[in-house]
Structure formats: structure tokens, C-alpha cells
Design a protein around this ligand. Structure first.
Ligand SMILES: [Zn+2]
Ligand SMILES: [Zn+2]
Ligand SMILES: [Zn+2]
Length: 384
């Protein structure tokens, strides 16, 4: 058995003071930094960049060659934050307060499209649908691997979010533990289901119990006009600035017609509506300050897909309390270059914001859904 080494083996340390875990992946410091930074304006990016490790046919840092893909492409991250099982056994704690937990899993990269210069807001709706299909496939594949307890799909967009490569892509980390934030959210959903009453006309969670998010989104749909926090709605989903939003233009996307616990539960129509709202939200984001809008985006749903019975029907279990939703957490505050920083009070005490969520929602409602680069191109064509 391999010897456990904190600099080579990913592990989780527990903070008994705050009840939060920290994932330590020191082996990743060996990964190369390409020195690229994402521009705030993508209009000058080439369609193909010979130096990009995600463009079709190019060689990645680990020496592997990308296929010449035409839609989405998935590969295992050459510098994964967690490593596949089996990992070494962690040594006994030197003190009961200094606990360490081994963690295993895998990290996949999902490239959105072969074009280097595009991004979610400038991809076509059918491209975004292909991405949703790919996320669903990876969630299903990774979430049914032995020992995997949680799958996190996320996108870091923009140099501001630490993303070094502008080529459109997201990541999927699958883990042998359920991390801190989804654990808290699931506990809140369970607690609500066991204590709250269902109001008439509001969709319910499993077994007719109240769902915190079904109830919340139902209320938001009834708040009138400028007092509201809705940004857009479609046939099955809403995008809103949540009442408790922390980031200036934070958005939550969630289904409102029925309780849906994961991507695999979406009908064809719902999947189409999901892609539609992601496409429209990200267009509004880019148009807000006429820039490629940076954000951290993540999908919260059942930790892993449900078990299927002999007929392929999903078997309901306690995790179905999860209500599928997407968080968009963008750092920009006032312009393409003025961002929110986490200052003393926020790091030491609690989150703080200036702009109200209602004001942010109003500004996002006022944005066009015709991408500003498209508008600029039209102007150039007309004036030529
Ligand atoms: Zn590229
Ligand atoms: Zn629900
Ligand atoms: Zn969430």
C-alpha cells in the first residue's frame, strides 16, 4: 500500500471551529500555467488557437492529442484535483482536532464547442442543448461509478474567476464524499420537508412533502413588477436574483412547474427550456456591461443519479428532495472592470451587498437578448 503524503494525495481537512471542510490538492501545483488570460472582449479571439490545449487536434499539456471534435468533447483532466481510487490509507490523526479524510474521484473537462472564440451566450441554442445532454451523460456515467457519492458540474468563466483559457468549457468533479455546500442545502431541504406545510396550488417534493424551492419559486412568480426579483421565465424555468443573493448580479435558475430532482429527470421539453434559459441568461449577462461576463456557475441536484429498476424506471429515494437548480455567481459590480471584492467584513463576519437584489433584477430585465457583438456586427454591415 502506498504511503500517504499530504503533497501527493488529495485529502479533506476538517475545521472544527467553523464546521467546514477544506479540500487539499497539493499535487496540482505541478500543473502548468499557460499564462493566457481571458480578455473581457472576445471579439478579437481567433476561431482556432494553435496554442490552446482545448482546440480540436491540439496536443494537451499531458501529451495527449484532442480528437478533431465537432460538437462537445469530454476528457479526464490531466491535472485532476482528486485522483481515482484506491487511495492510500490516511494515517491516524496526530490530535483529535486535526482530522483528515481521504477523498477520491475524477475530474472531467467538458468542452462546449470546437470554436475557440465562442461561449455560452454566443453559441446557438442547439449547441447549448448538446452541452446539457453532455452534462447529463457525464453525471450519469460518473455518478454510477463505484464509490462516487457526489458529482459537481461547474463552469469558471473569465480570468477574474481564475480561468486561464477562454476556450468554452466546463468541469465535472466526481467525489467520494458530498461537499460542504450541497450537504447544507440538502439538509435545509430535508428540514423544510419535515416541518413546513404545503400550500394549495404549490408543487410538492417527494411523497407530497413541502419543498423549500418549489415554495420559494412559486412565491417569486407572484411578486408584481419592479418589486420582483424575476429576470426571465420560459415554459418550465425561471431565472431570478434570489432574495438572499450575495453577488451583485447573482442568478438562480430553477424549474417552477414541478419538482425535478436531477438532469436525468428532465423531459425533452424541459431540457429544451433549460438550455433556452441558460442561453438567454448568459446573453443578458454579456450585454449588462458589454463584455464577456465572468462568473462561477454550478448545477445543484441529486448528489448522484437515482438507481434504476429492471424496467429502467428511476427508483425514488431520500435524495429526491433535491430540487434541480443552477447558481450563477458573477463578481462584476458596476462595469466590465469594476468588481466586488471580498473585504474584511465579508471574510471575517458575513456576506454583505450594496445594490439590492430587486435593483439587480431590474437591470438584468432591462438587458437585451441580442448579444452586443452581434449588434455591433450588424452595425458594421449596415454602415459598410
Ligand atoms: Zn481553443
Ligand atoms: Zn421542489
Ligand atoms: Zn444550490
Amino acid at each position: 500500500m502506498e504511503h500517504f503524503d499530504t503533497t501527493s494525495h488529495p485529502h479533506r481537512r476538517y475545521n472544527p471551529l467553523t464546521n467546514i471542510h477544506v479540500l487539499v490538492s497539493a499535487h496540482r501545483t505541478k500543473r502548468p500555467w499557460l499564462g493566457q488570460t481571458e480578455p473581457t472582449d472576445r471579439s478579437n479571439l481567433p476561431q482556432y488557437d494553435p496554442a490552446c490545449y482545448l482546440c480540436p487536434g491540439n496536443t494537451r499539456a499531458g501529451g495527449k492529442v484532442n480528437e478533431v471534435y465537432t460538437s462537445t468533447m469530454v476528457f479526464e483532466n490531466d491535472y485532476a484535483a482528486v485522483l481515482p481510487p484506491p487511495g492510500p490509507v490516511t494515517p491516524p490523526a496526530a490530535h483529535p482536532l486535526l482530522t483528515v479524510e481521504p477523498i477520491q474521484g475524477g475530474c472531467d473537462v467538458v468542452c462546449f464547442h470546437p470554436r475557440h472564440d465562442l461561449s455560452l451566450p454566443t453559441l446557438s441554442l442547439s449547441d447549448v442543448e448538446s452541452i446539457v445532454d453532455e452534462w447529463t451523460r457525464v453525471y450519469m456515467k460518473r455518478g454510477t461509478e463505484p464509490g462516487i457519492k457526489y458529482v459537481q458540474i461547474f463552469e469558471n468563466k473569465g480570468a477574474m474567476m481564475g480561468c486561464s483559457n477562454p476556450h468554452p468549457h466546463s468541469q465535472v468533479w466526481s467525489l467520494s464524499v458530498v461537499p460542504t455546500i450541497p450537504t447544507k442545502e440538502l439538509a435545509s431541504l430535508h428540514n423544510y420537508a419535515s416541518t413546513a406545510h404545503v400550500r394549495s396550488g404549490v408543487p410538492t417534493g417527494p411523497d407530497g412533502h413541502a419543498c423549500l424551492l418549489c415554495e420559494y419559486v412559486h412565491h417569486e412568480l407572484t411578486v408584481p413588477g419592479d418589486e420582483g426579483r424575476l429576470v426571465i421565465t420560459n415554459e418550465h424555468f425561471v431565472a431570478l436574483v434570489p432574495w438572499w443573493a450575495y453577488w451583485p448580479f447573482e442568478i438562480m435558475v430553477l424549474p417552477y412547474k414541478r419538482h425535478i430532482s436531477s438532469l436525468v429527470h428532465l423531459t425533452t421539453d424541459e431540457k429544451h427550456a433549460f438550455a433556452d434559459i441558460i442561453s438567454r441568461v448568459t446573453k443578458r449577462y454579456d450585454n449588462l456591461f458589454s463584455c464577456s461576463f465572468a462568473y462561477a456557475m454550478g448545477i445543484h441536484q441529486r448528489p448522484i443519479p437515482p438507481r434504476q429498476d429492471a424496467d429502467g424506471i428511476y427508483v425514488q429515494d431520500a435524495d429526491d428532495i433535491a430540487h434541480l437548480h443552477v447558481h450563477f455567481e458573477p463578481p462584476l459590480l458596476r462595469s466590465a472592470s469594476v468588481r466586488k471584492f471580498l473585504a474584511g467584513f465579508e471574510v471575517m463576519a458575513e456576506p454583505q451587498r450594496d445594490l439590492t437584489p430587486e435593483q439587480a433584477a431590474r437591470k438584468l430585465r432591462d438587458c437585451s437578448e441580442v448579444h452586443y457583438l452581434h449588434t455591433a456586427q450588424q452595425r458594421d454591415i449596415e454602415s459598410a
